[in-house]
Design a protein around this ligand. Structure first.
Ligand code: FAD
Length: 459
């Protein structure tokens, strides 16, 4: 890969050559559907161990992904293991050193990320997903092909194939019974393209919140709902230039609980070179009760809010960048047998957004996509059962997702936010506690201790 260049010629605005298309009927060790962070991790970790993988992505690079663009510390170990960290660090990016939170009343508190992580370049970055995903996909597609696998761009997975019990293919629709996945049907070359069939004993669903593999498993096989408006979030982002206070390539990202958009929040995430990702998110069932759409709420905050109107006075939105998408949260569902919902069954392993794993407080999903991608890959390679994957996944991510859900619910109350951020802005002990919470799982355990919380907040 050559030196990254700036301007229109940058590598992440170029196509990726992922080799010749495989012939219909081929068989692999595993098929991965979706080439975002979850799919890239699953395919990359399997290719690393010499497995023959078919990686299928619907879009053709270069492609955008609607996101806040923050890549937290949790992601960086995977980015490193997959061989992308150094490449990423050679391209423009914003290095995150802290998070600023503000309350509806306008108090703010800065939570520094742990100094040692910042020094070791392990705290977090923000950079456009078009760039991040391009770097990751390009690296992984090479690993997959080096290990004897294949990669398809412009391949829209339409169906999952199941064993019909007689060694034939059962095209997955409307079965309503347990069956073993054995492949996929892909349409290649757009609407009028041709359909190909590929087989593998394990199919990884990594195609985001509308993943066809998740849909087939949840809705068609188990008759379980995929979407839950209490646990899905609507998100809207725009790119801006010239926002005051966001000029540098190192500094803080900002999360603002603004009075006009409670119970949602407004973010400013600089992504380097003077560009800022500006966005807004709200849980869908709560948005249903609002008369305004996210786009107009954001326009109002930018133009009129006393904390922001001055900062945006000389700024301009980059045309065509205003887009919305959904975030499937990993918050625990009431009375569900499997949390946050079913994420695996015979031959099917769901990862990332397809498994509904976005953090319900911060909205971060890249880290959990990478973590689950690796976990699925290891379970498949070690021949472990889908149930073992489901258990291991919730064991690893459940405690923090549950904590974040509690915090999300607290943040719906303006008075509580005002009180908490007001206290935190004056008490270094609370800021330290929040830094620790971001850094370590053990520290998050403290959130369960009423005495710890009482002591830190009151004294
Ligand atoms: C507005 C917004 C802001 C966000 N902010 C942040 C943030 O700041 N930080 C963070 O960590 N997370 C953020 N998230 C969440 C994050 O974007 C996702 O959690 C993350 O992208 C999940 O990765 P994934 O690989 O599971 O899915 P995706 O990134 O969605 O990738 C899925 C891939 O599958 C492909 N695909 C889809 N259908 C098919 C098909 N039929 N066949 C083949 N391929 C298919 C898609 O083209 C895509 O490339 C945000 C999300 C939104 C919407």
């Amino acid at each position: 890969m050559g030196e990254p260049r700036t301007g229109e010629g940058v590598m992440w605005k170029q196509p990726i050559d992922s080799g010749p298309l495989p012939k219909s009927g081929e068989t692999y060790d595993s098929i991965v559907v979706g080439g975002g962070p979850g799919g890239a991790a699953a395919a990359g970790y399997m290719a690393m161990e010499g497995k023959r993988v078919l990686l299928i992505e619907k879009e053709t690079w270069p492609r955008d992904k609607i996101c806040g663009d923050a890549v937290g510390g949790k992601s960086l170990s995977h980015v490193k293991e997959l061989g992308v960290k150094e490449i990423l660090e050679g391209t423009p990016h914003f290095r995150v050193t802290g998070i600023v939170f503000s309350s509806p009343k306008g108090h703010s508190v800065r939570v520094p990320l742990p100094e040692e992580d910042v020094q070791r370049l392990e705290a977090g970055y923000s950079l456009p997903r078009q760039q991040f995903d391009h770097l990751l996909f390009d690296q992984v597609q090479k690993m997959v092909r080096d290990a004897g696998g294949d990669v398809i761009q412009g391949g829209d997975v339409k169906d999952v194939l199941y064993d019909d019990g007689n060694g034939g293919d059962d095209p997955g629709k409307g079965s309503g019974r347990e069956r073993h996945a054995k492949g996929v049907v892909v349409r290649i070359g757009g609407r009028n393209g041709s359909e190909s069939t590929f087989h593998a004993p394990a199919v990884v669903g990594a195609a985001g919140f509308r993943c066809p593999v998740a849909k087939s498993m949840l809705q068609d096989t188990y008759d379980e709902p995929m979407m839950d408006r209490d646990h899905y979030c609507a998100g809207y982002r725009e790119y801006w230039r010239g926002v005051k206070g966001c000029e540098d390539n190192v500094g803080d990202i900002e999360i603002h609980f603004v009075d006009t958009i409670i119970p949602g929040y407004f973010w400013l995430f600089p992504v380097a070179e003077g560009v800022v990702n500006v966005g807004i998110g709200m849980v869908m069932s709560l948005l249903d009760r609002q008369s305004n759409k996210l786009k107009s709420m954001q326009a109002q905050v930018v133009a009129e809010h006393p904390l922001f109107k001055e900062r945006f006075a000389q700024a301009s939105m980059i045309p065509g960048t205003g887009k919305g998408w959904q975030l499937p949260f990993g918050s625990p569902r009431k009375k569900a047998l499997l949390q946050p919902r079913r994420s695996a069954s015979n031959g099917v392993f769901l990862v990332g957004d397809a498994a509904s794993l976005v953090d319900p407080f911060s909205g971060e999903g890249v880290g959990n996509a990478l973590v689950s991608g690796e976990m699925a890959a290891r379970h498949i390679m070690e021949g472990k059962s889908p149930e073992a994957y489901q258990d291991a996944l919730w064991k690893a991510l459940g405690p923090e997702l549950t904590n974040s859900y509690r915090m999300q619910k607290m943040s719906r109350r303006a008075w509580l936010l005002n009180w908490f951020v007001g206290k935190a802005s004056k008490k270094p002990a609370i800021q330290e506690m929040m830094t620790e919470m971001i850094a370590s799982k053990e520290a998050q355990e403290n959130l369960h201790s009423p005495w710890f919380m009482f002591k830190t907040l009151m004294f």
